[in-house]
Design a protein around this ligand. Structure first.
Ligand code: CO
Length: 217
């Protein structure tokens, strides 16, 4: 594990390397940002969006929290969402969960206290809504994996019903929401579902997590 001093040294080396490759690299960065993607993911240190997608500075606008939760009364996330959709006009929002998520594990096993316990109220709600599906998935690892997927699905639905996204859909702004899961066991992203302005968000007709898997097979 690297110490904080090595981070500063690595940063210096990276800055020099980028300027060697393109002397105007940082000058161009000062012009502004125009990312096409907003990423909402987990704070987990193993799931760094830029790294796992090989993207460069300026390409992804990012919000991360424990267990990639979309609380509509979370001013932090709602401000990020508003800026990304209304000002940056991103074309895609990726909501990404991941297997082995500590927040989801704590939701199933309990044991979290204080602010983490409060924060996970939303994933406990997701679990309560999909208890049969999750409990029937198999051993604890399989249950965690299943709840990770259910959580992505439910959070993406909440995102689709946020004021900012609904307004963008209503005015015909190009915007597609994606629910993905990252597997820390093989480093691969799995697309689970998509929502656009025409998606029926009625819970009885709504697409579930197997939608894209079924499309592929
Ligand atoms: Co996590």
């Amino acid at each position: 594990m690297r110490s904080y001093k090595e981070l500063l040294l690595s940063n210096r080396a990276w800055s020099e390397e980028m300027r060697e490759r393109d002397e105007n690299y940082f000058t161009q960065q000062t012009v502004g940002q125009k990312p096409e993607i907003l990423w909402i993911g987990c704070s987990d240190s193993r799931v760094s969006p830029d790294q796992i997608t090989q993207t460069n500075p300026g390409e992804i606008f990012i919000h991360r929290n424990v267990a990639n939760i979309v609380h509509r009364d979370d001013t932090n996330l709602m401000a990020v969402l508003q800026f990304a959709v209304d000002v940056l006009q991103v074309k895609h929002i990726v909501l990404c969960g991941h297997h082995g998520c500590g927040g989801i594990e704590a939701t199933l096993k309990g044991g979290a206290e204080g602010p983490i316990h409060e924060w996970l109220e939303d994933t406990r709600r997701v679990y309560a809504n999909h208890k049969t599906e999750v409990d029937g998935a198999g051993d604890m690892t399989a249950r965690i994996d299943r709840l990770v997927e259910c959580n992505v699905r439910d959070q993406l639905f909440d995102l689709a019903q946020s004021k900012t996204v609904k307004a963008a859909f209503d005015r015909g702004q190009p915007l597609l929401l994606h629910g993905w899961v990252y597997d820390i066991r093989d480093g691969l992203l799995k697309p689970l579902m998509e929502i656009d302005k025409d998606t029926d968000l009625n819970p009885d007709k709504a697409p579930d997590t197997v939608l894209l898997k079924e499309k592929e097979s």
